[in-house]
Design a protein around this ligand. Structure first.
Ligand code: GLN
Length: 533
């Protein structure tokens, strides 16, 4: 079959959960046996979100092939279990850069380069995934960031308009809008949706399917009203009510026939509704996991989205351990030696979070010392692992000035140091050690057991600094073992203190590869230790 294209746009307001809807559509089509990929087009000019502060754009998600991307790709992977790649995240910046590079190369042969057709053509090429050739997808789902009417997303909309025209039945447009509830009037209001669809129509795009985000149930008369005012079939108006968990959304969409509506629009026989047994089993586990285990996230970003994948990984690992992981943000900037006990009170374990720069690191070090000396399960991720290593140097090895050369270029005891190949790099964007690298696990270690006795694993990275091998033997003698090593570069990827209940630091980001049906083994083992603690 020809590849089919599904475009997902959003209207009225942002933060409606377009990423969840896109991921759900992907999941439902995958369950029907189709080969699916989901990609995100963002209207901002940064080449990728790698240089963005998490306060601007939440977590930066890293693909196995080493692209720093939008956090929605995390939802795509967690829902479908399908790896995304550098092709799945496109920004206006990348589009313009490709066009301008080509112009400088002389490829346009004297032509005036314009938004239409040159920028829109480049957008279309990427929406169609022309460059990949070999990978043949049944469905390519393209989510466009931002809200209809934004000036910056106009070229994306024009590209979608053209593709709709070009592809005919091979393309469908799904538009997500908001239906607010007015308390004083005790009414749900569809007017913003009508306006949003008008705006789309004004750009020459007639949506095929409307997904209405709502906090209250919409009855059939409401749906009929929207259908008739927006030129959409009644069966193509579905609602996305608030759910106790985002993982209920695919099931709710399937119940309302969203995937069937898409197939009908495209002209593919709908066939039987897939049972999605593993997914339902997971939801069942989720509903039963009510006993709470309290876990602290020691970090500096007081923002839900900043540690999105870590939160979801803990949440999933909790469910598979039969518990509800209650996460508590502990602002590391506020942690001191005097208040650490109070700050970590009642927590069954902590995550020492990843990050960059000086701000809040001393609090992470103090927290790591407290949990080490009180034998509280501790999981350090990337910068978090580095802070565990520094803490150990200061308080066990006796190097009071131990630090990372990221924070203190002058320290005599740079137990965390810049990687050799990073020293000549001057450009900031996309130049870290990024993406999946192999790691050999030491037999008999806690990490080895957590991974179920696998000798070789592969995990995703995003960092410039590294455990300094000059100190390795000192650490090992004093009780902190280097149990995961990258075999080609001899870099330390995992440290642990075997005599503690669970004290492990990973230089990589396991949170990027935890999925709904396959929770990550380290998170599984960590949460288990928290439960036992
Ligand atoms: N800032 C640290 C480094 O570059 C850690 C990065 C991170 O936590 N992702 O090595």
């Amino acid at each position: 079959m020809n590849t089919k294209y599904i475009f997902v746009t959003g209207g009225v307001v942002s933060s409606l959960g377009k990423g969840i809807i896109s991921a759900s559509i992907g999941k439902l089509l995958q369950a029907r046996g189709y080969k699916v990929t989901i990609q995100k087009f963002d209207p901002y000019i940064n080449i990728d979100p790698g240089t963005l502060n998490p306060y601007e754009h939440g977590e930066c998600y890293v693909t196995a092939d080493g692209m720093e991307t939008d956090l929605d790709l995390g939802h795509y992977e967690r829902f479908t279990g399908i790896h995304t790649s550098r092709h799945n995240s496109v920004t206006t910046g990348r589009i313009y850069k490709a066009v301008i590079d080509r112009e400088r190369h002389g490829d346009y042969l004297g032509k005036t380069i314009q938004v239409v057709p040159h920028i829109t053509d480049e957008i279309k090429r990427r929406m169609l995934r022309i460059d990949e050739g070999k990978e043949n997808f049944d469905f390519v789902i393209t989510e466009v960031g931002g809200t209809i009417g934004d000036i910056e997303s106009a070229p994306f909309m024009e590209a979608i308009r053209q593709l709709r025209w070009q592809l005919g039945h091979d393309a469908v447009c799904v538009h997500l809008t908001y239906v607010p509830y007015l308390k004083a009037a005790d009414e749900l209001k569809t007017k913003p949706t009508q306006h949003s669809v008008k705006e789309l129509q004004g750009m020459g795009i007639q949506p095929d399917i409307l997904v209405l985000r709502t906090e209250r149930h919409l009855d059939d008369s409401m749906r009929l009203k929207v259908a008739s005012f927006c030129n959409v079939d009644l069966e193509c108006v579905v609602q996305s009510e608030d759910m106790p968990s985002i993982y209920e959304v695919p099931v709710s969409m399937q119940r309302q026939g969203l995937d069937a509506a898409i197939l009908r629009k495209i002209g593919i026989p709908v066939g039987e509704t897939p049972a999605m047994k593993p997914w339902h089993d997971f939801l069942e586990k989720q509903r039963n996991a009510t006993r709470e285990v309290h876990i602290g996230l020691v970090g500096k970003y007081d923002l839900q989205d900043a540690y999105k994948s870590i939160r979801e990984s803990l949440n999933l690992a909790g469910i598979y351990n039969g518990v509800k992981a209650k996460l508590h943000f502990v602002n590391s900037e506020e942690v001191t030696a005097d208040n650490v006990e109070e700050k970590l009170k009642g927590l069954a374990g902590i995550i020492v979070c990843p990050g960059f720069g000086q701000r809040g690191i001393e609090g992470k070090i103090i927290a790591a010392e407290y949990t080490r000396t009180h034998d509280i399960p501790t999981f350090g991720i990337c910068l978090g692992m580095q802070m565990m290593v520094i803490e150990f140097a200061r308080n066990v090895l006796g190097y009071k000035d131990a630090n990372s050369s990221e924070m203190d270029g002058e320290t005599a005891h740079n137990v965390i140091d810049m990687m050799e190949e990073q020293k000549t790099i001057t450009q900031m964007g996309g130049t870290m050690r990024l993406g999946a690298y192999e790691c050999e696990l030491l037999q008999g270690s806690r990490a080895y057991a957590a991974y179920g006795g696998k000798a070789l694993i592969s995990e995703r990275h995003r960092h410039r600094y590294e455990f300094n091998n000059a100190y390795k033997s000192e650490y090992e003698t004093a009780g902190m073992k280097c149990v995961g090593i990258n075999p080609t570069a001899d870099l330390v990827e995992i440290v642990e203190i075997p005599e503690k209940k669970w004290y492990i630091g990973a230089q990589f980001h396991p949170e990027y590869s935890s999925t709904v049906l396959h929770p990550h083994p380290l998170f599984m083992d960590f949460v288990k230790a928290c439960v036992n603690h």
